[in-house]
Each structure stands twice: as C-alpha cells, then as structure tokens.
Design a protein around this ligand. Sequence first.
Ligand SMILES: Cc1cc2nc3c(=O)[nH]c(=O)nc-3n(C[C@H](O)[C@H](O)[C@H](O)COP(=O)(O)OP(=O)(O)OC[C@H]3O[C@@H](n4cnc5c(N)ncnc54)[C@H](O)[C@@H]3O)c2cc1C
Length: 350
Amino acid sequence: MIKTDILIIGAGPTGLFTVFEAGLLKLKCHLIDALPQPGGQCSEIYPKKPIYDIPGFPEVLAGDLTKNLVEQGKQFEPGFTLGERAETIDKLEDGTFIVTTNKGTKHHAPVVAIAGGLGSFEPRKPGLDNLDIYEDNGLEYFIKDPEVYRNKRVVISGGGDSALDWSIFLADVASEVTLIHRRNEFRGALDSVEKVSELKNLGKINLITPAEVTELHGDGKIEALTVSKEGEEFRLETDHFIPLFGLSPKLGPIGDWGLEIEKNAIKVDNSLNYQTNIPGIFAIGDVNTYPEKLKLILCGFHEATLMCQAAYRIINPGKKYVLKYTTVSGIDGFDGSRKEAPKAVVQSIQ
Ligand SMILES: Cc1cc2nc3c(=O)[nH]c(=O)nc-3n(C[C@H](O)[C@H](O)[C@H](O)COP(=O)(O)OP(=O)(O)OC[C@H]3O[C@@H](n4cnc5c(N)ncnc54)[C@H](O)[C@@H]3O)c2cc1C
C-alpha cells in the first residue's frame, strides 16, 4: 500500500505543479498516470511545440515545460505510479481514500486530487483479431522501457511523430527495425522524417509503405505478422509488434466514482477550492468544469495552488497556515536541501 498526503491522479502540468505547491505546505504527493511518462498532453501530444502563454516564459517547448515542472517538484520527492490507470476509489470510515489501479496497485491518502485532464489516454488499437492474446506478449501500444527491445526484431506501425521517433531510437537498440505505414507520406516533424529516410538508406530501418499489418501469428506470443502491401500479402517474422496509432482520451473509470459530471468534466466549487461533490476529492486543471472555465495550463496552476490550501486544512485540522513568500522563507526540500535568497547583512563600510 502506497501512503501519501495528497494522491494526484494525472501527472500532466497541473498534477506536477501540485507537487511543488503541496511541498511548500509540507505535504507529500504521489502521482498516478496511465501514461508511462509525466507531462500529460504536453509530453504526449505536443512536446516539440512552443507555448507562448506561460507567465514569465515568452516561449517554452511543451517538453521543456514538463522537464522544468518535474525538476521544480523533485526536492519534494514525489512518488509515481506510471503506466497504470486509476480504476476504483473506496472511502474508508475515517474519511480517507484507497485508490486502486488497473494493475492492482493500492494507494491510501486523506486527500485525492483528480488532475486527469481530458481523461486517461487510451491507445487506439488496430482492428485485428486476437489482440488480447498478444497484448504484453510481444504486442505493445506504449514503449515503457526501450531496453526490452535490445537485440530483438521490432515492427512499428504508424505514420505520426511517435512511430517516427521510436523507429529512430530503436534503430540503435533493436537487432532489426521495420516501420510499416499505410501511406507513403508521414505526418511528423520534418527532421524526424528526414532521419528515418537517412536510416532507411543506411539499411538501419526497413521501411514498408503503403502497407498494413493484417494478421498476428504466434503460440501465445508474437512470432510473425501478415503484411499486406499493394494487394500482396507476405509473412514477416518478428519478436515485437508496436502499433503507434495515437491515443484517445477517455474520462474512463473516474466517471463512475459518484462525482457530479457535466459534459465529460467534473463539476467543482470554484468559489472555494475546487472541491467536488465528495468531500476530500478535488478536481483541478482540464478535468474540471465551473462557470467561465478555461482549459489553460496557467488556470490549472492556480487551481492546484488553492486546492493545496484546502488539503492542508483537511490534513491539519485546526492548524492555521500563514502564507509566506518563497523569497522570504526559502524552500526546505524533503530531500534535506535548502534554497534561500541571500540574507541582508549588517556591516559597516570603513
Ligand atoms: C496541441 C495542443 C496545444 C496546446 N497549447 C496550449 C497553450 O499554448 N497554452 C495552454 O495554456 N494550453 C495549451 N493546451 C492545453 C493544455 O495542454 C492543457 O490545458 C493542459 O495539458 C492541462 O493539463 P492537466 O494537467 O490538467 O491535464 P493533462 O495534460 O491532460 O494531463 C492529464 C493526465 O491525467 C492522466 N489520467 C487521466 N485519467 C487517469 C486515470 N484514471 N488514471 C491515471 N491517469 C489518468 C492522463 O493520462 C494525463 O497524462 C494545448 C493542448 C493541445 C492538445
């Protein structure tokens, strides 16, 4: 059982910034995310796009914003359960919660902050038979640990940035990389398309277009695929098949937690602290709704900050929190680090 003060569901920008604001109040956070990496939409959908409306950053790449948020929260030692979807919630008699993921990991906390954005990103699966037999037995929709593919034969399918970027990356890891796409054109960053073309010419990526995988073969695990190219079918031996067809967000299991839902978002009280209709459960960032709601990163940051104050009062009943500026109080990390502005000194000048 993982125990924490604030259990955050969703490690997008809102969830990540919550770690920092909670840390200032000496509250510990643990984050669950269905994706294998933090950053939510920023890292999954548009890591290489510049954002222009983060206060203080005239321009920042979404991927760099994620890195900075992770770095900013590090001193408060957050825990992560990645690649798992929060599935069920149980309220205990003492008012605390147990959240269990689809893989059975249990988390216990007095406060739950849902920062689930558009919902948990589910992979778009290919329309093939017997997917369930091969899932996690050579058929993967995410690459969690590239080392799994070292010296293995890998077939990637898809025509977007993920398919291009992982083909490039695995060209140096796997013994054989094949990229299959149903069109000759790829929809990705120009430098990635050029790099794949270069690796194809060097014989490091086997490119098959326009083509589709039509059948999976193997005794309990992937051993080969049937590929259809311009009306002709052939068999391709491989150890792994990784279809990267993008992700579609779904509010998913959170929609069945008894929370008030409006237009696929969780209704909260924005006049106070973004609490839902269940005391102790908050919803912040893109996942919530209230009058005049704006789905912007900076709004998520603000909501996270106010929510942490409410969490403090739940966890420390009767204790008063006095707001302190970080420039004045400095920051004491849970890792023993201390950051502070240089103190004024009293010294005479001769
Ligand atoms: C192309 C594009 C460009 C954008 N440009 C801008 C911009 O310029 N400026 C701006 O302010 N905003 C922009 N946005 C919007 C911005 O990305 C979102 O407002 C922001 O990502 C919301 O952050 P969040 O943390 O609330 O949610 P998200 O980033 O959506 O993260 C939510 C996370 O929760 C996880 N999750 C959900 N349910 C579960 C569950 N049950 N179990 C486990 N994990 C779960 C998801 O996997 C996801 O990682 C843009 C969005 C897109 C798509």
